[in-house]
Design a protein around this ligand. Structure first.
Ligand code: OAD
Length: 249
């Protein structure tokens, strides 16, 4: 069904000098981490303004921490799936130069990708919002929530809540790369949250091919993306790796 798109992506990967991927929750769905939107999505269960905005955290940190701890259990037991493995393999083959991920689950790194830009932070690191000290997850006791720093400040996972700025260096790296790549592969994101959603737009405006891998069409489809390969990332990406390997033999 998606044969034509697969061939196009393989052609682009082989001819491109510089490539990047933008990933979202859909790439980790096959690692049993729920996505945010859609029927079983996290935001169906938890209202964004009540749980995912920095103002909500500030006004009721214990309530937000309860949700974060539930999510944390899912994330810490998750393992990379064949889609993460395939992107790591493409990097090893010299065909993928950066993964910008909106995910905070560390699964790209666990799969072996080394050039990962964490656009929304990493849930396994914690930070004091008072003195900005950073902590390893294991160094913070979660017996009493919300945890507090020695300075008295609230500790939160080092992830971006709505209403917070994207980490400066990650933002710069991602957009600089978007301006210079020949190809961006957009995997498992609804592309509705800015500024991450503007990365493929920037790449397109700078002349890159944009290929989406998603179960369904998104706001980018037919407008920004040149190709949508419709299906699961865990099925499609390993096939891409195999085909590119064969073609290069
Ligand atoms: P979403 O939940 O908005 O979108 C997930 C996308 O993945 C959808 O387009 C699905 O169709 C697709 N999808 C699901 N399973 C898939 C699979 N197996 N293979 C391929 N595609 C699949 O998640 P994001 O786009 O990542 O930010 O959400 C962006 C941001 O919104 C998140 O980083 C988070 C959230 O609020 C913050 O909390 C700041």
């Amino acid at each position: 069904m998606y044969e034509e798109g697969l061939d196009q992506l393989c052609d682009f990967l082989i001819s491109a000098k510089s490539t990047m991927a933008l990933t979202g929750a859909g790439i980790s769905a096959e690692s049993e981490i729920p996505t945010f939107r859609g029927v079983q999505g996290l935001w169906e269960k938890y209202d964004i303004m009540e749980y995912a905005h920095i103002d909500a955290f500030m006004s009721n940190p214990a309530k937000v921490w309860k949700m974060l701890m539930e999510l944390d259990e899912t994330i810490t037991t998750a393992r990379p799936n064949p889609a993460h493995d395939a992107l790591a393999e493409l990097e090893k083959m010299g065909l993928l130069h950066m993964v910008v991920t909106q995910n905070v689950d560390n699964l790209h790194q666990e799969a072996g990708s080394t050039q990962v830009v964490e656009f929304h932070g990493n849930s396994q690191k914690f930070r004091c919002i008072g003195c900005r000290s950073e902590f390893e997850r294991s160094a913070v006791s979660l017996e009493n929530i919300p945890p507090r720093c020695n300075c008295g400040g609230l500790i939160k996972p080092d992830v971006i809540f709505f209403g917070e700025a994207i980490p400066w260096a990650a933002n710069l790296k991602a957009f600089e790369m978007a301006k210079q790549v020949d190809l961006i592969i957009v995997v498992g994101t609804s592309a509705v949250v800015a500024p991450a959603s503007e990365i493929p737009v920037m790449a397109k405006q700078s002349g890159a091919k944009v290929v989406e891998i998603n179960l369904e069409a998104t706001v980018l489809t037919g407008r920004v993306s040149d190709v949508l390969i419709q299906g699961s990332a865990g099925e499609i990406l390993p096939v891409v790796v195999e085909r590119v390997k064969k073609r290069r033999q």
